[in-house]
Design a protein around this ligand. Structure first.
Ligand SMILES: [Zn+2]
Length: 86
């Protein structure tokens, strides 16, 4: 059997969408992520620097789920222990 080369597989594909701006990002010669537009900084749709740098989105489609954890749901006491107006 001619098994495929078991070379180290990078955790991300060669080209991934940027998790910040969605632009395609790839690795430069130094292994840093850079946008396909050859810009390290993310830019918004108007061309302004967004303040974030190229970062690949995780392979799992977790971006579709809300990432902001709003904390545990508020616990409402079963019985109002305290001022009971009788
Ligand atoms: Zn970006």
């Amino acid at each position: 059997m001619n098994a495929p080369s078991a070379a180290a597989v990078p955790p991300y594909p060669r080209v991934s969408p940027c998790r910040h701006c969605g632009l395609a990002v790839l690795r430069d010669n130094d292994g840093n992520w850079i946008h396909a537009s050859l810009s390290y900084a993310c830019r918004d749709r108007w061309g302004g620097v967004a303040g974030t740098t190229a970062e690949p989105a995780p392979p799992a489609p977790t971006w579709a789920a809300p990432t902001r954890w709003s904390g545990p749901p508020p616990r409402s006491p079963e019985r109002g222990a305290g001022s009971a107006t009788v």
